[in-house]
Design a protein around this ligand. Structure first.
Ligand code: NAD
Length: 275
């Protein structure tokens, strides 16, 4: 397909574009994932807390796509953090997905107030050593949290999946990732739709005969982010992946940079402690 791969710091290839299933109801998940597969998506981003791993697994089983063409990510929920509990939670997730080996396993949030993310990271390192996961990473980690993994465990995550969109461009965190060889995954790449009526984007979209959603997704791709926009609407699932036949100019990238507002749509990673 025309979806490029990036190479992670452990040599594993990750499709730069995929399908996210946060807030996709379980009853709609298998259908949405099947639609995505039919449209050429091969990378699925789920999490234990999304409650739809089994339905993602059902769509994978039904699709009959060669295992080495698929890339599946799931995440360790906050309440399962800790060494032994993380190992057990992984087995539950892999079982629901129907996979012997998961491509990428992430610590979903650092939850610094409970201070279990370093032990959880040791469990993910063990899962990789045991061949249960191909790559390991984190989500919503700030530089201070990442540094503790480097210093106390000595294994650098392959990715950090963080909120990132034109209203929260994360320039400093992206530079930190680049310095340490960590790939940036952008969650809520469209800010759940909140950025899509910006006049700056409408102007660029008109110039390319594309939609503003496509312009934003193309911006992520050119920045080097991994993205997995979510939709349950087949026409939007098709629209979102149709971003590999045009390119934004440097001037267009610069005008999108002006949309920065340091504005989160989701939780603050330093204080989020839901279990
Ligand atoms: P998103 O930015 O992908 O926005 C999805 C919403 O945008 C849709 O519900 C729809 O309303 C709208 N939309 C999608 N395509 C559109 C189009 N072409 N035109 C107009 N509107 C469109 O937000 P998201 O679902 O929050 O994020 C994507 C994925 O990121 C999730 O599914 C999940 O996999 C991941 N995620 C991870 C975390 C984390 O903490 N690690 C948090 C949130 C999301």
């Amino acid at each position: 397909s025309q979806i490029p791969n990036l190479t992670l710091n452990d040599g594993v290839a990750i499709p730069q574009f995929g399908f996210g299933v946060f807030q996709v109801p379980p009853a709609e998940t298998a259908k949405a994932v099947t639609t995505a597969f039919e449209l050429g998506y091969r990378h699925i981003d789920t999490a234990a807390i999304y409650g739809n791993e089994a339905e993602v697994g059902a769509a994978i089983a039904a699709a009959g796509i060669a295992r080495d063409e698929l890339f599946v990510t799931t995440k360790l929920w906050n309440g399962e953090q800790g060494y032994d509990s993380a190992l057990r939670a992984f087995d539950v997730s892999a079982g629901k997905l129907g996979l012997d080996v998961v491509d990428l396993y992430l610590i979903h949030w650092p939850v610094p107030s409970r201070d279990r993310y370093v032990d959880s990271w040791r469990a993910l390192v063990r899962l990789k050593e045991d061949g249960r996961v191909r790559s390991i990473g984190v989500s919503n980690f700030q530089p201070a949290h990442l540094r503790r993994l480097f210093d106390e465990v000595g294994v650098v995550p392959s990715v950090n999946q963080v909120e990132l969109h034109p209203h929260l461009q994360q320039a400093a965190l992206r530079a930190f990732h680049a310095e340490h060889g960590i790939v940036t995954e952008a969650w809520s790449p469209l800010a759940q739709g909140a950025v899509l009526d910006a006049p700056v984007l409408e102007k660029i979209a008109a110039a390319h005969g594309k939609t503003t959603a496509q312009v934003v997704l193309r911006w992520h791709i050119q920045l080097g982010n991994v993205v997995f926009p979510k939709s349950v609407t087949p026409s939007r699932i098709a629209e979102n992946v149709d971003v590999f036949d045009f390119a934004l100019s440097d001037a267009e990238l610069a005008s999108i940079a002006t949309l920065e507002r340091a504005e989160r749509t989701g939780f603050d990673p330093d204080t989020m402690d839901l279990a």
